[in-house]
Design a protein around this ligand. Structure first.
Ligand code: S3P
Length: 178
């Protein structure tokens, strides 16, 4: 298990949980949306407004294809990233894929608070449709973690406890003489 990749619907806490998980493990943290914004010099909302969703997905796919962190890292992705087949294949190659699952009420509550997410601007009915459409893809993750009613810290603890056997196996492997 080289990298730890986080997926899940908008509002699931991928960035917040990922950042804290990285800190606890002493690993670098990467966020694909942040990379897209830095590399394009535009916000996600600007990309959607100027190039449409198709343009954003193109950039997202290029960003994921180019992901190759040297050190074992924690990588948070956008809510739609893992839904794309090419991204899914690449992210699996990179390491273990963890999906943070929340229910639709939590999604609506968290994503309609601000206007940073273009795909959350249509309201509950649109979010419900997208959520149902994407669930089968999220279920393809290696590990599913329900984080409703969990704080960021509790979510991190849960993820760590699930990953513990893999992390131990990795460090035992690293100690083996070549
Ligand atoms: C998207 C989710 C966003 C961002 C973009 C598209 C999606 O990331 O990548 O607005 O398709 O669900 P978050 O899941 O971090 O909000």
């Amino acid at each position: 298990m080289r990298h730890i990749v986080l997926t899940g619907f908008m509002g699931a806490g991928k960035t917040a949980v990922g950042r804290r998980l990285a800190k606890r493990l002493g690993r670098p943290f990467l966020d694909t949306d942040q990379l897209i914004e830095e590399q394009s010099g535009r916000t996600i909302s600007e990309i959607f407004a100027e190039d449409g969703e198709a343009g954003f997905r193109r950039i997202e796919r290029e960003t994921v294809a180019a992901l190759a962190p040297d050190a074992p890292s924690v990588i948070a992705t956008g809510g739609g990233t893992f839904v794309d087949a090419a991204n899914q294949a690449r992210l699996r190659e990179l390491g273990v894929v963890i999906c943070l699952l929340i229910n639709i009420d939590t999604v609506v509550e968290r994503t309609t608070r601000n206007s940073k997410r273009p795909l959350a601007s249509g309201g509950r009915a649109d979010l419900e449709r997208l959520f149902a459409e994407r669930l089968p893809a999220y279920r393809q993750a290696d590990v599913l973690v329900e984080t409703d009613n969990l704080s960021i810290e509790q979510s991190v603890t849960r993820v760590l406890s699930i990953l513990e056997p893999r992390l131990k196996a990795d460090s035992a492997h690293e100690r083996e003489p070549a």
